[in-house]
Design a protein. Sequence first.
Lengths: 489, 88
Amino acid sequence: MLFPTFVFAVFFTVVFFIHWRTERFGLFRKVLLLGASLFFYGWWSWKFALMLLGSALINHQMAVAISASDDPDRRRRLFRWAVAANLLLLVFFKYTRFLFVDVLLPLARPLFVQAGGLDLFADGVDEVIPLIDRIILPVGVSFFTFQALSYVADVYKKTIPPAATSLDFANYLAFFPQLVAGPIVRACDLLPQMERMPGRTTAIEANRAILLILVGLFKKMVVANWLSEHLADRVFAHPEVYCGKDVLLGVYGYTLQIYCDFSAYSDIAIGTALLLGFHFPINFNAPYFAVTLQEFWRRWHISLSSWLRDYLYIPMGGGRCGVWRTRMNLLITFLLGGLWHGAGWTFILWGAFHGFYLSLERIVRGWFGLSEKPSENPSLGWKILGRIWIFHLAAFAWILFRSVDLETVGHVLRQLVVPGTAKLFSARAVLILTIGYLLQYFDGDGCRAVLRRLGRLHYFATAVLAAALLAVILGLAPDGVMPFIYFQF
Amino acid sequence: MVNEMKTLAVSSVEKGLLVFALFSLLLNGVALYKSASLTEHGVLQERLTALASPLKLISEETGLCRLRSGVSGTVGAWLNKKESEELR
């Protein structure tokens, strides 16, 4: 079930009224919310909905067992089992093909050739690959697996107690607004809300929720879909037929498309959760306004970057173990961050590029004695230069991310310097790219600032205005519904 | 009830959502009918068009459909027109 569809609108309206009208039936209400989340997920596949439920039950039982034990060895053992179980689920569905086709086969082939068993090798490959191709990637598996991992780790570190009941944990893990594409909400943020469940006395930030949803719909349906259809998909599908200016436009297009697409999902997720009385932390905060890459990662997919920092980078030693170890930790963290996005060398290279550049940035900052927060630097010129540089750096890295393989990366980079007449350049392209960039002003507290300027509105006026704006967005959007980019992760 | 800007009582949000849903249906009645008629021939299509036809009628009679069709026919059409340039 996709957010910008009529089916989701009907589903959400029904869930909204049941959720708020069943306050007196505490347990029933929780069961209903879980049922709604499983229905939302089961819209794709009921088998995977059951798998999600199984994952929730196993993780919760492991967390309870970890929490109940005083023996450090047993706790550690249980924690490792829980981590292994989650990673196994992720690796099986997401990385089996990559590990077999892109890693194992190239390594094994020379051995078979040397032993004269090339026919045997070819037969084996022919038999195994169709089996691997039958593995379907469950939508959002990377997101809910990371949520489960953080929960088990937090219970192990005694940062949080285990959930009061399996039902509360299942509601936390499967909560439909953020289930398939994040944000990766931590148990310490959402679990207490699930246990308590918002009551009718809850004051809802309704205007913020509505604005977030409308901005999200505009970002996705108008801007991201346009950039995808008219620029990015064309250039990345056949880079060889475009000149340098068009390829550059395609790269800019994808840079803003991925921001508008992914932040749109987060906006709608935060907005729908708010309407149900649940609060999520922000996931984007104007990433292309960053003046260093470190700052970019504090603004882009914040829930993932903070997850990687807290559960990977810091446990590996973070920045406390000397210069070289810190650089290595950064590189490993971003390599794995890249791999989290997709099973392919292009994603690994994308992660490596970010990890490498972040290390470089630290070195340069050390040389010049620059501040950790350069955006607070008063120099406007420096800020503008920094923003332009980081935008282009991120755009360059997105070439690795967007290309289907390394060959396409090569094509795109080669075509960037090919002269010719731009075919994709138009007033529309400039307009949409500019709007896509400026939409970052709504991130973070931007929505609240807009609401402050709008002033007081009667709920009836808000509802009519929102309906009118929705009609305008639908009028501007092309026909059809495109899935969100992050669904594939 | 006047919105306190930051937050709203649940009852107001409920009423607001109902108003929003009603107006959204009326503003998009014609488009909903069109979508329903484009679904695969069969019982589902018949039921969906039967549900959407009163919405379409009210939407047309009240003129509320003009907002979306106006935007779609002007800015939307300009924005989403296909370039003459096609991939070779």
